[in-house]
Design a binder for this molecule. Sequence first.
Ligand code: SF4
Ligand code: SF4
Length: 356
Amino acid sequence: MADMREPIESGCPDPWQYMHPLMRKNFGQWKYHEHPRPGVLLHVAYSGDKIWTIKAGTQRILDVFTLRKLCDIGDQFAEGYVHFTLRSNIEYMVTDEAKVQPLIDALEGAGFVVGGTQNSVAMISHTQGWLHCDIPGTDASGVVKSMMDELIDEFRNATMPNRVHITTSCCQINCGGQGDIAINIQHTKPPKINHDLVANVCERPSVVARCPVAAIRPAMVNGKPSLEVDERKCICCGACYPPCPPMQINDAEHSKLAIWVGGNHSNARGKPTFQKLVAAGIPNNPPRWPEATAIVKRILKAYKEGARDWERVNEWIERIGWPRFFEEVELPFTKYHIDTWRGARASFNSSSYIRF
Ligand code: SF4
Ligand code: SF4
């Protein structure tokens, strides 16, 4: 009998081999860190070792030429070790303070922006949009590019009350979309079914099971097995579209953007907080998305002017109250802000205005 072959290990590679040797040496033995200037962190170990981290923003979807340029800068001006953060920033580590400014000059000279540390607006995290996914209703990368063009000074400087995480998500249900400010797709009409294709393309039981409100039923249409949607129940979430592309929900006119605020992951000091919808029905307007960007800028301006030092967006809103938040950011309160889903009795209290 033939020998069984070893499984091919295709998971995340061992990170130790890529880590700066001084970081390996002092792993778990850091005494404190400082923020000498925006875009630079200094970590000091109990051993007395020091390491400076210089952070620059990138566009996440990097071509090979840009990657080579970034690596060449790392070889020439840093110490040959880099690290990509979750928010698509590249970080260079150096053990000599004298290398910090020449490295910043090299990065800025090549067109990269140094920043994104401490109380800045971090690089917007985003999902892939048109590039590789099969269900996006917008191009999240494009929203990020046009928004960061306008917010770049808030990335370059650290003048916000606290750190601001902005995220985008190009469908309504899957990756991304949880942050201090989140720009997410919002579908506003039920899916339109192409009955000729359903029988050939879709596993009907799995599509029926996908619907969170049981709005989909099997049906015979024109003599062919298909599906039907009870539009009074449908909450236009788009969950049926990934397993069944003939249930088309994306639409140039009816797929809008919505803005949510106040989301924060749990950490050592606090529980997670859940974001709430504050602006709905915003035009999904490529290539620059000016309407969504204008609202994000209004929220950031009000937060910058009104929050106390080190208050995150959700803490600031909790302190001033939701009615005042809507006044400060000049957003209308509409029917979309009220959770009217009949299965949501337990979550009515998460509506911004309705409390009982
Ligand atoms: S957010 Fe949705 S559309 Fe965008 S990459 Fe993730 S699954 Fe795909
Ligand atoms: S859009 Fe969502 S709620 Fe509507 S039918 Fe599809 S899965 Fe169900």
